[in-house]
Write a protein that binds this ligand. Structure first.
Ligand code: ARG
Length: 601
């Protein structure tokens, strides 16, 4: 395992060195000047940093750029020599930089020789606790849970790939007053969750959810219409919090039934969620008294009309009065905030996390702002250690939050089924001549349909609302996972046609066609992209990179014959090498986003 510095990093370093050689006073300054190196259409890279620096030094940017050029070691001198083929000053003082073909292929060959494609680990990996995929017990999962699951899974995998230790926490809604109602109803109607009493009796997640739905509806109706039942349900909450045996047993039964359902959805979504990482609200029940006591004693929280509250100068209600975070209700009950505060103490104090991430709907932003600030005041959370990664709303084609025609929340399972169905139509059409069996079509349709849903979610920046449009998501053209999967399948098909099973070897001695250079330079940027993606927790950066990679590959495929290369067998092998590295990069990048890469499409 050897990490390979990208060409961009190498050129950047050489420019920094040349800058401090050409203008020694910059080396002494507190902020070393940034050459501002970017990929460019004019040359391979452009450095624009000379403009700002010349301004600061009150000099002429073109002269400064020329000096820097002279200070670069000549070709053949020193380490990394031969990387820059050509450098010229252009416009008001830009540097246009062309990389040597040979350097491109050599760097890619070094990547190919490494299991990790030369991608380095993060410099200072730490411990991150990530709170994602947190559905609620006895309730259906909806598109919001889809987002949290897909985004959380991608970020977890990307961070782990970079060497971070990641602890997953699925903070499911498995506690609270509604359990009093559910359990009380179950005590009074002991067969409500029995399989036999279910018309659609059966195993599996769907059947489990159907039973829970029925229990939920039946108990809700009674809770809303029968005052005596309501009182018994409230007493039941107290029993639950006190850990009374029968109450707890029934609570477990409800939670377990829900977990069967969740796991079924996760299987469908092709995401692995481990039971030991499901640490729901209930897990913090025993800590809540202490949390409240500490907050009150330290004065971080104060009693207000019986409730224990934390106030913030900048959090005001519509009436201009401060809206507090309520840690304990006036009846003594604890809510969502108390649990989250206890969870922070556990994650920082016991799990020793450096970073806490919360992949949660943007509509909970105020809650997290108040919870983090409270924990900070209490001394439980270092400044800046916790961060919500808020995500936007999934919209229907009408641009409104996604609902059924009857105004009900759309069930996640139905959406996923539909995505796979649409994908099956695409696969059927696309692979009409492959003679696939129905089972093969279904398998591919699953990989395509689920990939499409995940990609559509991850390719938007997290905070943006997006329209759930399956037709667009499974389209072969455009910024979709099918397009990426298709590019991958093409690399596999070329490889099969080449027939040779040996790994193709790179040929750095060959001159590259423009499409080869563009593909090669982009392949080289994979590690840099992952670093940016991980540092900003922005999976859409990785998605955009992979989309561009597929586009570069498509152009290369159109312009550069592989098996019938004009330059003979060495060029064929070099192009096969590029196909192979493209395949590995696509595969690795898509795997980090939870998207499969079928070998044929
Ligand atoms: N269960 C909540 C919901 O469905 C999300 C929980 C988010 N995590 C947390 N630590 N509060 O909206």
């Amino acid at each position: 395992m050897a990490s390979v510095p990208s060409l961009a990093a190498t050129v950047h370093q050489r420019l920094v060195d040349a800058l401090s050689a050409a203008v020694p006073e910059t080396a002494r300054g507190d902020a070393a000047p940034d050459p501002l190196l970017r990929r460019s259409d004019r040359a391979d890279f452009q450095a624009n940093g000379m403009l700002a620096l010349a301004k600061r030094l009150k000099g002429n940017p073109r002269e400064l750029a020329a000096k820097v050029t002279e200070a670069l070691p000549a070709a053949g001198e020193g380490e990394g020599s031969g990387v820059i083929e050509h450098i010229e000053v252009s416009g008001p003082g830009f540097l246009n930089i062309t990389i040597a073909d040979e350097a491109i292929v050599r760097t890619l060959a070094a990547r190919a020789a490494d299991d990790r494609l030369g991608v380095p680990h993060a410099e200072h990996p730490g411990v991150t606790v990530i709170d994602y995929s947190q559905p609620n017990v006895a309730k259906e999962m909806h598109v919001g849970h889809l987002r949290s699951t897909v985004i959380g899974d991608a970020i977890t995998q990307i961070l782990e790939y970079r060497g971070e230790r990641v602890i997953r926490r699925h903070h499911i809604g498995d506690w609270g007053t509604q359990f009093g109602m559910l359990i009380q109803h179950l005590i009074e109607h002991p067969h409500e969750l029995d399989h036999a009493s279910d018309a659609a009796a059966g195993e599996g997640g769907e059947a489990a959810m159907a039973r829970l739905n029925r229990l939920y509806k039946a108990s809700r109706i009674r809770f809303d219409s029968d005052e005596e039942f309501k009182a018994r349900a409230r007493d039941r909450v107290v029993e639950l919090q006190a850990g009374e045996a029968e109450t707890l047993e029934l609570w477990h039964k409800i939670v377990d039934e829900s977990k069967i359902y969740f796991q079924d959805v996760y299987r469908q979504l092709d995401v692995e969620i481990r039971d030991e990482d499901v640490v729901g609200e209930s897990a913090y029940n025993d800590d809540l008294q202490q949390v409240v006591k500490d907050l009150e004693e330290s004065g971080v929280a104060v009693r207000s009309e019986g409730a224990l509250c934390v106030f913030f100068e900048d959090v005001l209600g519509p009436d201009g009065e401060p809206t507090p975070l309520i840690v304990q209700k006036s009846n003594g009950g604890f809510g969502y905030a108390a649990t989250d505060l206890a969870a922070i103490r556990d994650r920082i104090g016991t799990l020793h996390a450096d970073t806490l991430l919360y992949v949660v709907d943007a509509r909970q932003a105020l809650h997290f702002r108040m919870v983090f600030e409270t924990a900070r005041r209490a001394g439980w959370l270092p400044e800046g250690a916790a961060r919500q990664l808020p995500f936007g709303t999934v919209l229907g084609k009408d641009g409104k939050p996604f609902k059924t025609r009857e105004g009900e929340t759309i069930r996640l399972v139905d959406l996923l089924d539909e995505a796979v169905e649409r994908a099956a139509a695409v696969v059927r059409e696309k692979s009409a001549n492959l003679g696939l069996t129905e089972a093969q079509i279904q398998e591919r349709a699953t990989e395509v349909g689920i990939g499409a849903v995940k990609y559509a979610d991850l390719s938007n920046s997290l905070t943006r609302d997006y329209v759930f449009d399956l037709d667009r998501m499974v389209s072969l053209n455009g910024d979709t996972s099918v397009y990426l999967q298709y590019a991958y399948a093409r690399t596999r098909s070329i490889r099969r046609k080449a027939g040779d099973t040996a790994q193709p070897v790179a040929h750095p001695e060959l001159a590259l066609a423009p499409a080869e250079r563009a593909l090669g330079l982009h392949l080289d940027a994979f590690g840099d992209t992952l670093a940016e993606t991980a540092e900003a927790y922005e999976p859409h950066k990785l998605a955009a990179y992979l989309y561009q990679l597929a586009s570069h590959f498509t152009t290369f495929y159109d312009q550069c014959p592989v098996l019938k290369a004009e330059g003979g067998p060495a060029q064929t092998e070099n192009r096969l090498f590029l196909c192979e590295l493209t395949a590995r990069t696509l595969h690795q990048g898509m795997a980090l986003m939870g998207i499969r890469t079928p070998a044929e499409l």
